[in-house]
Design a protein around this ligand. Structure first.
Ligand code: 3AM
Length: 200
């Protein structure tokens, strides 16, 4: 029989052996685009519309992985490193509100094929490694506000921020001191991009 102390030790050992991290693949947004979006958001949404996502956290999710062990993350990183795909241009010319999830977002009226292909590939690689993938169709978006459960008047137009996706990244979502931060763990260049990125 295991006493309470032993149980704690057993539990601690299990936790220490398999530290799980909340991970997702995403496109980073250039700093200038993040700043322009935040300024535009301030001009178009009242403070009570929802919880504002910090500029540095604005990103475009490609594939959510969930809570992942180091071993699984390593395999997913190796697979991501073998992806050979060209960069593409993204224009954020669409806006919407999902009241069910309380998300107000910027998206693309016509998402570039490269973006859809990259997300599809990362999602199928993740699914093959046992990371649950939603059956909902992929809708590329940048979350602007969360907790927006009430009807909200959306601006008729976005300010059409655009950027070139030259790399994609693996992010860790870290919640500490009441804040969520998204840290880049590793980035990979998209072919045709001059810049290369490495593990951090
Ligand atoms: O900000 P967005 O929506 O692009 O919504 C979460 C966020 O993406 C999404 O992963 C990103 C980083 O947290 N996410 C969180 N939980 C999820 C889940 N269970 C999820 N996506 C799919 N399924």
């Amino acid at each position: 029989m295991i006493n309470t102390v032993d149980k704690t030790i057993v539990n601690k050992t299990i936790v220490n052996k398999t530290p799980l991290r909340r991970l997702f693949f995403a496109l980073a947004l250039p700093n200038a685009v993040q700043q322009n979006i935040v300024q535009w958001r301030t001009d178009h949404f009242p403070p009570e519309a929802g919880h504002l996502i910090a500029a540095a956290n604005l990103h475009l999710t490609l594939a959510f992985l969930g809570e992942v062990s180091s071993a699984k993350a390593q395999v997913l990183q190796q697979q991501a490193g073998r992806i050979s795909q060209s960069g593409f241009n993204v224009t954020l010319d669409d806006i919407g509100h999902w009241p069910g999830s309380g998300v107000i977002w910027l998206g693309c009226k016509n998402p570039p094929r490269g973006l859809l292909q990259l997300a599809q590939l990362l999602r199928s690689q993740a699914a093959r490694r046992g990371c649950y993938q939603t059956s909902l169709p992929f809708h590329p978006h940048v979350t602007l506000l969360r907790g927006a459960m009430r009807p909200v008047a959306l601006p008729a137009k976005t300010n059409n921020q655009h950027f070139r996706a030259e790399h994609f990244s693996l992010y860790e979502s870290v919640f500490a001191r009441g804040r969520t931060r998204y840290n880049i763990i590793q980035s990979w260049p998209l072919a045709g991009s001059e810049r290369t990125s490495d593990a951090i």
